[in-house]
Design a protein around this ligand. Structure first.
Ligand code: UDX
Length: 446
């Protein structure tokens, strides 16, 4: 009999995982405690911007015209418990307010709400990013609460998807990692992934702590790579070097690799910043804090980028922001997403406004979320409108449409043709030829 799957939590991770599982032929029930999300998803609408996800959802959601009907949504744990053989936990694990540690309440709630409804053999699979040791603790809790007792097992299967590429990363993962404590749960997970998903993807079977650590260490490595190149950008600025050339040249060494060496205003989003902090906090609890002190530096290099961008902008407008207009292109933490969580772009925009400038922001997809988070900033309906009368234009999220802007047309709208490229993504010559002063982080002035 084919396995039935539930997916608990329908954010970026859960909504994508649920739709992907339906695409692979499974009957899937998605669960979320937010009724508005369930209502939207049930109509085949996605509550966030994620390329390709809505099409995938519409192909499967019950009731949509021509859909397979393999995917449904609910907010009932009882229904989920009765329906599923495999239950994926995909809820978020944010940073605790005012602390570095991870807030586990949503994961704990999910397991504690589901467990009493597990009356027959079931596998509960954690996908959320959690502090090492959580799986052991949750397995004990599950055994305590599930009527099925030892027949309700836990496994850990971290997820590595990137926002903006969530569908692609879920259907074609670089690797599948499973932390298991029995052959039975390994077999169930092999069955789940014995589909086109696993074709060509290495399948790594390990214990709970290693599976949990694979995720946090991968994100720490990525964050470290970005902060490394941003540290080099600082040195390049001091020495008159060009960090873009430097990154290209060191990237040819395959041991280093070209990816994740884009210098700029640094990393943000719902994962890297909070994951490195939670990792440090957990290592501290385990008495291994010394092993991760370098992550403190990774974090502080990253946060310094934002301040540096503000300083360059101040310099660009003549030393003070009062009475100046600044246009900010980009609000999301990265392109192809509407996510503004811990967005460097919005942080810079907010700092500049606090220092007296009139700041106008435009973003192709993140305007609603940006408005909700920073209601006092001004927002324009297009890049062209945002730059009207600006004394400086700040390019802070590298959307493709910003690379395709016409500097001549834009030049006619601004008060001063000054652009600061916070992502090293624009072509300096293109802008300079159109009469702009172009400045980027870690690169020579002209
Ligand atoms: C990240 C991990 O990549 C993913 O594997 C994990 O599952 C979740 O966290 P995501 O947060 O979607 O994914 O974004 P990512 O593409 O990794 O970018 C993170 C941040 O780093 C963005 O703000 C981006 O602009 C920045 N970045 C990335 C750089 O500043 N320079 C780079 O070279 C790469």
């Amino acid at each position: 009999m084919a396995l039935k799957i539930t997916v608990i939590g329908t954010g970026y991770l859960g909504a994508t995982h649920a739709a992907a599982m339906a695409e692979l032929g499974f009957e899937v029930l998605g669960l979320d405690i937010v009724p508005e999300k369930i209502a939207m998803l049930s109509e085949g609408r996605v509550p966030m911007y994620e390329p390709g996800l809505e099409d995938l959802l519409k192909r499967h959601v019950a009731g949509a015209p021509g859909a397979t009907g393999r995917l449904r949504f609910t907010s009932s744990y009882e229904e989920a418990g009765q329906f599923g053989d495999v239950h994926f936990i995909c809820v978020n694990t944010p940073q605790k307010h005012g602390e570095y540690a991870c807030d586990m309440r949503y994961v704990d709630n999910a397991v504690e709400s589901l467990a009493p409804h597990l009356h027959r053999p079931a596998l509960v699979v954690g996908k959320s990013t959690v502090p090492v040791g959580s799986a052991d603790r949750l397995a004990a809790r599950l055994a305590e609460l599930a009527p099925a007792g030892a027949d309700a097992e836990l496994a850990w299967n971290p997820e590595f998807l990137r926002e903006g590429f969530a569908v692609e990363d879920t259907l074609h993962p670089d690797r599948i990692v499973v932390g298991v404590t029995s052959d039975r749960s390994e077999k169930v997970l092999r069955d789940v992934y014995a589909t086109p998903i696993a074709e060509g993807s290495p399948f790594v079977v390990t214990d709970f702590p290693t599976a949990e650590l694979v995720k946090t260490s991968a994100n720490s490595f990525l964050a470290t790579k970005i902060s490394f190149i941003n540290a080099m950008a600082e040195v390049c600025e001091a020495a008159g070097g060009d960090v873009v050339k430097l990154a290209e040249a060191i990237g040819y060494d395959e041991r280093i690799g070209k990816k994740f060496l884009r210098a700029g205003i640094g990393f943000g989003g719902g994962c890297l910043p909070k994951d490195i902090r939670a990792f440090m906090a957990r290592a501290g609890e385990l008495g291994a804090d010394q092993a991760l002190t370098f992550l403190r530096e990774v974090d502080s290099i990253n946060m310094r980028r934002r301040g540096h961008m503000v300083e360059l902008a101040r310099e660009a407008v003549g030393g003070g922001f009062l009475g100046k207009r600044v246009a900010v292109l980009g609000a999301t933490f990265k392109p192809d997403s509407d996510d503004v969580r811990d967005s460097p772009a919005l942080n810079v925009a907010g700092q500049i406004q606090l220092q007296g400038a009139q700041v106008t922001v435009f973003d192709p997809k993140g305007m609603d979320n940006a408005r909700a988070l920073f209601p006092t900033l001004a927002y324009a309906p297009s890049a062209l409108e945002a730059v009207r009368g600006a004394h400086a234009v700040l390019h802070l999220t590298e959307w493709r449409e910003f690379r395709e802007l016409d500097p001549v047309g834009l030049g006619e709208m601004v008060a001063e043709r000054r652009i600061l490229d916070g992502r090293n993504a624009l072509d300096p010559d293109y802008w300079r030829d159109a009469g702009w002063t172009y400045r980027a982080l870690g690169r020579p002035m002209a």
